[in-house]
Design a protein around this ligand. Sequence first.
Ligand code: MN
Length: 145
Amino acid sequence: MIRHRGEGYTWEGVDIHPYKETGNHFKSIHRQTLFPGGYDLPVELRYFEMAADGHSTLERHEHAHLVMIIRGSGKVLVGDTVTEISEHDLVHVPPMTWHQFRATNGTELGFLCVVSTERDRPQRPGEPEIEELKANGTVAEFIRY
Ligand code: MN
């Protein structure tokens, strides 16, 4: 068991890391690994939190995500759909589906994310993919890359 610290969205013995090691394709976001995989559960449970105006990387990959919002609100792109998200919504990100989370409402956006321990590297869009995504006006307005 890992105990919640009782203040903020932190847990005892869990370090707070940058979202990713390098890059400028994300903003104001950090990561905590709550469960690294174990027993018969080959999954990681992570908590991500972005500050107001922050966003995750626009990416896709073969592995899926299961995401539960537990703090604040914002919007998410999944495929070609931009959706409002708030606490206790559960977001499915299927394999090879473009996705990006953004804290668009002037509040933090924090979520739990389940992901396979064995997974491929995320792909970022190149120019052709960006052009395809931008064919949808709502998506064009939403994405940061
Ligand atoms: Mn992802």
